[in-house]
Design a protein around this ligand. Structure first.
Ligand code: HEC
Ligand SMILES: [Cu+2]
Length: 382
């Protein structure tokens, strides 16, 4: 135990002692902000310059031969049949072979480094789904953008809820497919903190075309110094608990709605899912057929029916979306079981009940009385 601790300490200490590694952006590549970036870029540049070199050599010789051996007017000389030139043929076989072996060697050892996370890495669980990401941390905290500690290897343990996705963080030079039914891992270490501001974070993309909402999978990676990260992590795990019950719907609601927005509009626009406009009135007043099996809300909601209250129906729609399909819509909503806690669901329900207080984008349009505004800035966080 002690020896493990010591070795972790030594490993961390030696990593921290190393100066931060940054490769500035150039014509071909964006900024390289991970410890791996340098090697990847080196390989890329070497291969790139080898290509330029041979491109120029081949093209120059081509032009030169075209001029030198062109058919001059008036001559009808035919060349002899080709013989061979051992030295020339051996050199154009052996030299490229050596170059290829070198490229393979450095490429392969580099690849092995890229797929082997160091032992002391910090694990983040990643779920990719149509169409978003969820990042879960060891203490139970969750976030929509990836937040990681700096100066420490981070390992992403990734899985997909539905189809093939791919996690790509260009600034870190890492990329890995996320295949349904299988865990994929990816690691990086970044020594250049960005702060918690989303706009300063590094880009994270899905680079496997996964359907209509594919482009909604763009996120940011924020890197914080370890102490700041630990603080963020603790707060993040409790962010919903810290908000008083009666403020949940406008403080937590919009943040959670951000995950529903690509399918559910607030202003009546038809999307992949039914708009939430007027949803509360619909649920609580008698209406006609609503579901694809011909049932109406009144058939399933009410005392003694499947759902005692509209709240129960909404909660179940979020945890078991396929159970009652709203007519004309497909069974495409992902379940939010394990992703939204009861308090999370409560805040969405609260938002649906007060939709008149939100604009079409889900921002709360009212302001708090001064006394309450103080608590807001305190608990406000990403
Ligand atoms: C990928 C698209 C998609 C996302 C993301 C999505 N939904 Fe849905 N949702 C649907 C579709 C499609 C339906 C209608 C079919 C059905 O009932 O499952 C639906 C239905 C619902 C219903 C029932 C609506 C009604 O009029 O009876 C509720 C409630 C709901 N979603 C809540 C949510 C919440 C809350 C979120 C975010 C946390 C969310 N949805 C995210 C597609 C989505
Ligand atoms: Cu995707």
């Amino acid at each position: 135990m002690l020896s493990t601790l010591t070795s972790i300490f030594i490993a961390t200490a030696s990593v921290q002692a190393a100066p931060p590694v940054v490769t500035p952006a150039d014509f071909w590549l964006p900024i390289g902000a991970s410890v791996q970036a340098h090697n990847v870029d080196l390989m890329f540049n070497i291969i790139n310059y080898i290509c330029y070199f041979f491109f120029v050599v081949v093209l120059a010789m081509m032009v030169w031969f075209v001029i030198k051996y062109r058919a001059k007017p008036g001559t009808r000389i035919r060349t002899d049949g080709m013989t061979h030139h051992t030295v020339l043929e051996l050199s154009w076989s052996v030299i490229p072979l050596l170059i290829c072996i070198a490229i393979f060697f450095f490429g392969f050892t580099g690849y092995v480094d890229l797929i082997t996370p160091p032992k002391n890495s910090f694990d983040v669980n990643v779920t990719a789904f149509k169409w978003g990401w969820q990042f879960k941390y060891p203490n139970g905290a969750q976030s929509d953008n990836l937040v990681v500690p700096s100066n420490r290897p981070v390992r992403l343990v990734m899985r997909s809820n539905d189809v093939l996705h791919c996690c790509f963080i260009p600034a870190f030079r890492v990329k890995k497919d996320i295949v349904p039914g299988r865990y994929s891992t990816l690691w990086f270490q970044c020594d250049i903190p960005t702060g918690i501001e989303e706009k300063n974070g590094y880009h994270l993309f899905c680079t496997e075309y996964c359907g209509t909402g594919h482009s909604n999978m763009n996120r940011r990676v924020m890197v914080l110094p370890q102490a700041e990260f630990d603080e963020w992590l603790v707060k993040q795990a409790q962010w919903l608990d810290e908000i008083p019950d009666d403020e949940l719907y406008f403080k937590a609601g919009p943040k959670i709605y951000a995950r529903c927005q690509q399918c559910h509009s607030l202003d009546g626009t038809v999307g992949l899912g039914p708009s939430w406009q007027g949803v509360w009135t619909r649920l609580t007043s008698p209406g006609g057929a609503r579901f694809s099996d011909g049932k109406s809300y009144a058939d399933i909601i009410g005392p003694g029916k499947e759902y005692a209250t509209p709240e129960d129906y909404i909660r179940d729609s979020i945890y078991n979306p396929g159970k009652h399909l709203v007519a004309t819509y497909g069974n495409v909503m992902p379940t939010f079981k394990g992703q939204l806690t009861d308090r999370g669901v409560d805040s969405v329900i609260g938002m649906m009940k007060h939709l008149d207080e939100f604009d079409a984008k889900g921002a709360w349009t009212k302001t708090l009385p001064p006394a309450a505004a103080k608590t807001e800035s305190k608990s406000e966080q990403k």
